[in-house]
Design a protein around this ligand. Structure first.
Ligand SMILES: Cc1cc2nc3c(=O)[nH]c(=O)nc-3n(C[C@H](O)[C@H](O)[C@H](O)COP(=O)(O)OP(=O)(O)OC[C@H]3O[C@@H](n4cnc5c(N)ncnc54)[C@H](O)[C@@H]3O)c2cc1C
Length: 276
């Protein structure tokens, strides 16, 4: 979920590329010709934190997680509960993004805040307990699969977002960040900091995915719900392998791409060894 702030007029963000067409055109030309440009990747800082760093309510969150899935036979749930007590495994990521990246889109032309510049705090729950599913459509196996992400299925996930959001507001209100912005854009007045019911509504309405799904074909023992073995071979077959992020049984505490490359390199070695 995201919390955005309107920058003071003396600051410019990449939102300028949305409202200043001549500037955007000129910067894009520079990018096309390999010059330094506003279209280069302009990522902001990232925070990776555990619950003790985010909130004094960390023990209550851990207790809630155990109440939610403590009896679950799912090995992913067991692993997540184990990791919750490990201070070296971050549970929350916060990205300070350049520009407005919220769900409602940059303000429309002629609206009050068109032409303003923003920063957005993107709050990512690294290890949600909710677990989605993907299955073939039994009545049309050649058609699109049926995907149900089961977002916010457990109360822990909602409370975790609320705690992380409250922390993020405190962060934005601390210097030197506070001197950068003139007002909170979203959720602003829709959520009072101490009103959990309003936070809950905001989370439910504004949460979205950062597109890092995994575990659709997990590399686990067959008895624990695995689909591929440690040589990437699908159980019950002899020469059918999966080389894909889907084999990661649980989320890592970060973005997957480099680990995907690692899986691909290792897979190449396995396939070469199996055929030589
Ligand atoms: C919008 C978005 C932003 C992201 N940003 C980041 C980021 O900043 N950092 C990061 O680390 N990760 C990011 N990710 C996640 C990352 O891209 C994925 O985790 C990663 O690409 C997964 O790799 P993969 O090889 O498992 O699958 P993919 O990269 O999805 O590769 C699957 C390939 O299979 C091909 N394919 C599918 N069906 C068939 C078929 N029937 N026959 C032949 N080919 C087929 C597809 O065309 C595709 O090329 C992002 C994902 C999205 C969607």
């Amino acid at each position: 979920m995201q919390i955005s702030y309107r920058l003071k007029p003396s600051y410019t963000s990449s939102d300028i590329l949305k409202y200043d067409t001549p500037f955007a055109t000129s910067e894009f030309s520079k990018w096309l010709s390999g010059q330094k440009s506003w279209y280069d990747d302009r990522r902001g800082p990232f925070i990776f934190a555990n619950w003790n760093q985010i909130t004094p309510n960390a023990p209550a969150l851990v207790k809630l997680a155990h109440a939610n899935v403590g009896k679950s036979p799912d090995i992913g749930h067991q692993k997540k509960l184990e990791q919750l007590s490990n201070p070296f495994i971050p549970q929350v990521e916060i990205i300070l993004a350049d520009g407005y990246t919220g769900r409602n889109g940059y303000p429309a032309p002629n609206s009050t805040h068109y032409g303003d510049d923003f920063v957005t705090f993107i709050i990512i729950l690294l290890h949600p307990l909710s677990r989605g599913s993907i299955h073939l459509n039994a009545s049309n196996p050649a058609g699109k699969p049926i995907i149900d992400p089961h977002f916010l299925e457990y109360e822990y996930d909602i409370q975790a977002f609320i705690e992380a959001a409250k922390f993020t507001r405190r962060l934005a209100a601390a210097e030197p960040l506070r001197s950068l912005w003139e007002g909170e854009h979203e959720p602003a007045a829709a959520v009072q900091s101490d009103n959990d019911a309003q936070w809950r509504e905001w989370v439910r309405e504004n949460m979205f995915t950062v597109c890092h799904p995994s575990g659709t074909v997990p590399m686990l023992p067959l008895a624990k719900g695995g689909v591929v073995d440690s040589k990437l071979v699908v159980y019950g077959t002899e020469n059918l392998r999966v080389v894909d992020w889907g084999l990661m049984p649980v989320q890592i505490s970060g973005h997957p791409q480099t680990a995907v490359y690692g899986i691909a390199e290792r897979a190449a070695e396995i396939v070469i060894a199996a055929n030589s």
